[in-house]
Design a protein around this ligand. Structure first.
Ligand code: FAD
Length: 397
């Protein structure tokens, strides 16, 4: 009997792999096991849903049963995989043991939690799934008008939520140890532009500070900050980053670093076991500062990786090469497109105009190794991607 292609995870990585594989092969049995309901939704919509008055149900674009039927998949929802035996080619799940022909790990990432002191520390919420969003949405809407939301983290997800919630009328305060928002991604003057734009929506800031303790204060939360302030909020959203979920792979002895290590065909260190998405560390994204590869927790890398993985699973030779993939940051108060330089790339941010920054090296100042565009300058995105692609091609020849 032929065992199925077994996929763990019903996020974009899992479903997109199925879509791509079905273009090549309509018949091979596929089983998709997932801890959640399996409904298809676009995760990026979680951080701009309040502005569009959409709740969790409205974010589902294709219900699980429909997508499973369309793609001819046996779906096991609400089923958790607890162990992999790559020698026996089986997985242990909460519904029993399953055998596989090939196994795809599309288990995503986990929200990073920092230990907080106080009697309400467990009240900090993270939003990294539709279910998380359901809890967050329900708590916020139950509290009604004028809710005070403290957002821990001024990175991409923290800033997007700050914009969305402030735009929807919530009183938002952002806390971050850096002295400016999106410090890891933007040059300082771009951060200033973003901070001003969000301040224009009444967002308040505690920068250069961390949350140390969360305690109950009547019906609210009192946050003790490292800068000596106490901030009172109704909800605390923790958006301090994600970490690839490598737990199953690690326990099975599969090589992991910052993510599950995969080669250019998306194969892990174990035969017949593959990985992609937020859980993977791609050799195709290696650079001088990350010689063994990088995690790329964004949509576009998944779209490219799923195509190559489907070919690998089909037995067709394919190799993953990432194109330049800028990220559009969903802060409508100041639209931003960012393409960070690869880790280890030498150079510095050079302001071409207020709203356009290139990461350029001293030997090639007329070429961008990365860029940030804000406001009306975001229209230059394609031109800069073309320029970077041309540079990469020249560098490779
Ligand atoms: C709020 C937010 C906004 C974002 N905005 C953008 C954006 O604008 N642009 C962009 O490019 N990217 C954005 N991203 C990132 C992007 O959404 C992710 O890179 C992508 O959705 C990850 O998909 P995934 O399938 O790898 O992981 P997930 O979507 O996390 O899927 C993981 C799946 O694995 C399942 N699973 C995990 N462990 C097990 C187990 N042991 N057993 C069974 N099932 C298991 C889970 O239930 C889930 O179904 C955003 C992310 C967030 C959180």
């Amino acid at each position: 009997m032929t065992h199925p292609l077994l996929i763990i995870g019903a996020g974009l990585a899992g479903w997109q792999t199925v879509r791509e594989f079905r273009k090549l092969d309509a018949d091979t049995p596929i089983t998709l096991v997932t801890a959640d309901a399996g409904d298809f939704y676009a995760k990026p919509t979680l951080s701009n849903a309040f502005g569009q008055k959409r709740g969790p149900a409205q974010l589902v674009t294709t219900p699980a049963a429909t997508i499973a039927q369309t793609l001819n998949v046996t779906l096991l929802p609400h089923t958790r995989v607890t162990a992999i035996d790559s020698a026996a080619r089986t997985v242990q799940t909460s519904a029993g043991v399953l055998a596989y022909r090939d196994l795809v790990l599309a288990t995503g990432a986990q929200a990073i939690r920092v230990p907080l002191a106080g009697d309400a520390a467990e009240q900090a919420l993270s939003v990294n799934s539709l279910d998380d969003f359901g809890v967050f949405h329900q708590r916020l809407t139950a509290l009604g008008e004028g809710v005070r939301v403290a957002v821990m983290g001024a990175g991409l997800i923290g800033c997007e939520f700050a914009n969305d919630l402030a735009g929807a009328g919530y009183a938002v305060t952002v806390i971050d140890p850096a002295d400016r928002p999106l410090a890891a991604l933007l040059p300082p003057t771009a951060s200033v532009q973003l901070q001003e734009a969000l301040t224009g929506l009444s967002v308040q800031w505690h920068l250069g500070a961390t949350v140390q303790a969360v305690n109950r204060q009547a019906d609210a939360l009192a946050l003790t900050l490292s800068n000596g302030h106490t901030l009172v909020a109704d909800i605390l959203l923790s958006a301090i980053g994600l970490r690839a979920d490598t737990s199953l792979a690690l326990a099975a002895g599969i090589a992991c670093e910052r993510g599950i290590v995969v080669d250019r065909q998306l194969q892990t260190s174990a035969a017949h076991v593959w990985a992609l998405g937020d859980s993977a560390q791609y050799a195709s994204a290696a650079s001088p500062g990350a010689p063994t590869g990088r995690t790329l927790p964004y949509v576009m890398p998944i779209m490219s990786a799923a195509k190559v993985l489907a070919a690998s699973l089909h037995g067709t030779a394919a190799s993953l090469e990432f194109a330049a993939m800028p990220v559009a940051i969903k802060t409508p108060a100041l639209p931003i497109v960012a393409h960070p330089p690869a880790p280890g790339q030498l150079g510095q941010w050079v302001e071409q105009a207020l709203g356009e920054w290139w990461f350029a090296s001293a030997d090639l100042p007329e070429r961008a190794h990365g860029f940030v565009l804000t406001g009306p300058h975001t229209s230059k995105r394609m031109a800069l991607v073309k320029q970077m692609t041309a540079t990469a091609t020249v560098a490779a020849t």
